[in-house]
Design a protein around this ligand. Structure first.
Ligand code: GDP
Ligand code: MG
Length: 471
């Protein structure tokens, strides 16, 4: 998402920053490139026009062109305009300010991700806010749809113990199911009732009528439209139609993990007036993020999203485990089991190129890699090799000689050379760590410039908001 746009936008701004002085013609030329980049990213034409004219107007003033670093001044104007287009600074939270059970209505086309998103929201609300959530499927046209939601509810409930699906009763109409869901919600003390409606392949009157009817009966606190980011301009047209026909209070963009060009996200607010509240970035139930316009703007301009990265790290890393391993490292007792634990931590952060995209200035490195995902198969192979070792071998790899190497290689489907390489790499790592630990904590702190040095970083890496080991 945004890769291509990001590459081009940061290219344009880099070009502007190179010049000590800027003329009006430079700005005009840069805006021409910005315009092209946005159109290629599938941003709606009126949005592009408005964006470019606003930026140009602000940028050609004397206080910008005559400033000390005009390139940066223009970059700031572009950044601010992007934030505006994306909906203004700060994520817009779900509005659950109503008497419980608070109804949340999910609408959208078939296959856009409504049912999956319903499960994701239930997980989020029950896990982070302790809410008790009832999920109700109003999709009476496809029997499998109701079962799908039921299974999702079971999966979420296995994690949080506070999420259930409304029992399925055959032959009820969507409106009747919605009424029953609220009744059950009231009676059984649910905080939130998520109503997952049926979609259609395209927008039609029957669908809109049904949604309007359910809306009228349930008075939802949120009517969330789920759109597939991969459908680009169509997502924006769908949103416009839904908003005009039934009114929506927020948008969830699913499939942000795909290679969509990102234009829909930039057009959504201007065309529909509804903010993007959440984004989906995968099929897993955890793959739901808040939409922070200022962070997205930063990513588009190649400024990175460090705040998002730290958040992701603190959510996904196992803090106690991080601290345990850091202690062993400092004591010079790091073994192969600890190495596997580190690999698992890295894997939990998601794809490596996704992480790279969140680091400032890494956008270009990512471009060089093109569409290729960074090869992480080495981790998988290392894990396979280590899992073919005995407990003793993992603790004291020195005992692994020729015959053991052969056994490990054949057990893991690798070669003796690969086993050798892993052992050599591990040995180098250990030597390095032993050297560090010999310097002692005091020596290390001196060597690294006092507090805030490596030791602090290692201690910090296991804590919420702490730095992941490879940043
Ligand atoms: N990659 C990816 N797939 C998703 C995402 N959200 C939903 N899906 C998949 O899209 C398909 C349709 O989703 P579903 O929730 O059944 O759509 P519905 O018809 O609107 O209820 C399923 O295979 C989901 O796993 C997402 O954010 N990323
Ligand atoms: Mg569905």
């Amino acid at each position: 998402m945004f890769d291509q746009l990001s590459g081009k936008m940061s290219g344009v701004l880099d070009g502007l920053s190179k010049n000590g002085k800027l003329s009006e013609a430079d700005v005009t030329e840069a805006m021409r490139e910005v315009r092209l980049a946005m159109l290629e990213a599938d941003v709606a034409l009126p949005v592009v026009r408005d964006f470019v004219s606003k930026v140009r107007e602000r940028a050609v003033g004397h206080e910008v062109l005559d400033s000390v670093s005009p390139g940066q001044a223009v970059a700031k104007i572009v950044n601010d305009a992007l934030i505006d287009a994306l909906g203004g600074a700060g994520a817009v939270p779900l509005n659950l300010n109503a008497a419980p059970p608070v109804p949340v209505l999910m609408v959208g086309l078939q296959g856009s991700g409504k049912t999956t998103t319903s499960g994701k929201i239930a997980l989020r609300l029950s896990q982070r806010e302790g809410k008790k959530v009832l999920l109700a499927s109003l999709d009476v046209y496809r029997p499998a749809a109701q079962l799908q939601l039921q299974q999702l509810a079971d999966r979420v409930n296995a994690v949080t113990g506070r999420v259930h699906a409304l029992p399925i009763i055959a032959d009820q109409s969507p409106v009747d199911i919605a009424r029953r869901a609220l009744e059950v919600g009231r009676r059984e003390g649910y905080d939130v009732v998520i109503l997952d409606t049926a979609g259609r392949l395209s927008i039609d009157e029957a669908l809109m009528d049904e949604v309007r009817e359910v809306r009228a009966v349930t008075h939802p606190a949120e009517t969330l439209l789920v759109v597939d980011a991969m459908t680009g301009q169509d997502a924006v047209n769908t949103a416009k139609a839904f908003n005009e026909a039934v009114g929506i209070s927020g948008v969830v963009m699913s499939r942000m993990d795909g290679d969509a060009r990102g234009g829909a996200a930039l057009s959504m607010k201007a065309i529909t007036g509804a903010p993007i509240k959440l984004t989906g970035s995968g099929e897993k139930l955890e793959a739901l993020e808040e939409f922070h316009p200022e962070r997205v703007a930063g990513r588009i301009l190649g400024l990175g999203d460090v705040a998002g990265l730290v958040e992701r790290a603190s959510e996904n890393l196992d803090h106690e485990e991080g601290e345990r391993v850091a202690k062993k490292m400092l004591a010079g007792k790091f073994d192969l089991d600890d190495y596997v634990s580190q690999i698992n931590q890295i894997n939990r952060m998601g794809s490596i190129s996704g992480i790279l995209g969140m680091l400032p200035g890494m956008g270009k490195i990512k471009d060089m890699l093109g569409d290729k995902e960074i090869d992480t198969s080495i981790f998988t192979r290392h894990k396979a090799i280590i899992s073919s070792m005995t407990k003793q071998e993992r603790k004291t790899p020195d005992i692994i000689k020729a015959s053991r190497k052969k056994r490990i290689a054949s057990g893991s489907g690798t070669t003796v050379q690969e086993v050798n390489r892993l052992l050599k790499q591990f040995n180098d790592m250990s030597t390095m760590m032993k050297r560090i630990s010999k310097m002692g904590l005091g020596g290390l702190l001196n060597g690294m410039g006092g507090a805030g040095g490596l030791a602090d970083m290692m201690k910090g890496m296991g804590k919420p908001g702490g730095r992941p080991p490879f940043v």
